[in-house]
Design a protein around this ligand. Structure first.
Ligand code: ADP
Ligand code: MG
Length: 322
């Protein structure tokens, strides 16, 4: 391959919204036969929407949302952005703001000491922001957890059947559901919608027409994964759900061990290792910096159809050369 033609190929890519790290990337792009697609933020919009809040018996929806929102204001996950935004807008005060010491204030609550558990959920210490100042009253602080049902159980919180039923119903309808809890019990469920991008079905059709096998890979539940897959035309058998970030790497490695040449498209911090471990990593330009750094190609427009553009471009460029 002549370097000049490859450079022309990468230059053409830039015009088409496909940012290629170096000319040598085009060679692996051409040979790809399997394309692993992350769900949240890749096939679906990076912008989730909070649909409903279901409170456990004895808890109030407002309280569940307020506690979840202040914790999620410290996380970057699309789930977190939706919950934090809903919590801030349901409150009379301003958007989340810095509370110092790595903390944040949303409405009347402050969260500190944030921790995140990959593929499980997030937690922080929450306390009232203003009340009790100068009165000497200790209103206390509590550790609040927000995450997937199984992980909430593993944290030692009791889960009322109303909560597990609400999660099951939401997931079987294709929604994403996370549970919020504190003081030893699950307090409610946050139900989110994760709409597929307008262009995702077309992108999957284009990739398939190019002879690639698309596989959907997600940390989310089976219900929401199957719903997204069906909406874009990926067969149920090619859906892999509830996968921890480190296991995303293993899925890619397993496909490669079977002799496949694997591309991976992702957007999240949780996709970075799999993007780096694939023959070809493609990051959504709308995604996190970590994903972009781990990838060979950036799809600048955040449009999955650009993945097909990249494959076509590499095949054309290398045909011209050979
Ligand atoms: P993906 O991006 O493929 O959905 P993740 O590994 O990021 O996968 O998330 C997997 C699951 O972990 C989510 O569906 C959710 O249940 C839980 N989770 C991750 N991050 C958060 C968060 N910030 N708040 C609540 N739950 C979370
Ligand atoms: Mg994602």
């Amino acid at each position: 391959a002549t370097p000049t033609a490859l450079l022309v190929g990468t230059g053409r890519g830039a015009q088409l919204g496909v940012l290629i790290k170096g000319p040598e990337v085009l060679e692996s792009t051409r040979r790809v036969d399997t394309i692993v697609l992350d769900k949240t933020g890749t096939v679906t919009q990076r912008r989730m929407a909070l649909e409903t809040v279901v409170a456990a018996p004895g808890s109030a929806e407002d309280d569940v949302l307020a506690h979840a929102a202040v914790v999620e204001a410290l996380s970057e996950h699309p789930i977190a952005q939706a919950v934090a935004a809903a919590g801030a807008s349901s409150d009379t005060s301003d958007a989340p703001h810095d509370a110092g010491a790595d903390g944040v204030t949303v409405g009347s609550l402050q969260a500190f000491d944030f921790r995140s558990s990959a593929g499980g959920g997030v937690e922080a210490v929450v306390r009232r922001a203003h009340a009790g100042l100068g009165t000497g009253t200790d209103l206390g602080s509590r550790r609040v957890v927000v995450g997937q049902l199984a992980w909430i159980g593993e944290q030692g919180l009791t889960v009322p059947t109303e909560v597990s039923d609400a999660v099951r119903d939401a997931e079987s309808s294709g929604a994403t559901a996370v549970v919020a809890g504190w003081d030893g019990a699950a307090r409610g469920v946050l139900v989110l919608r994760d709409p597929v991008n307008d262009t995702s079905a077309e992108a999957v059709a284009e990739l398939t027409a190019l002879g690639l096998r698309p596989i959907l890979l997600t940390g989310d539940s089976e219900g929401s994964a199957l719903t997204a897959a069906r909406a874009v035309g990926i067969p149920d058998d090619d859906v892999i759900s509830r996968v921890l970030p480190q296991d995303k790497v293993d899925v890619v490695a397993r496909l490669r061990a079977e002799g496949k040449v694997v591309a991976m498209v992702g957007d999240g911090v949780n996709d970075a290792a799999a993007l780096a471990g694939a023959d070809l990593g493609l990051a959504m330009g709308t995604g996190t910096d970590v994903a972009i750094e781990a990838s060979d190609i950036t799809l600048v427009r955040g449009d999955l159809r650009s993945a097909a553009t990249a494959i076509r471009l590499s095949r054309r460029t290398l045909r011209v050369i050979k």
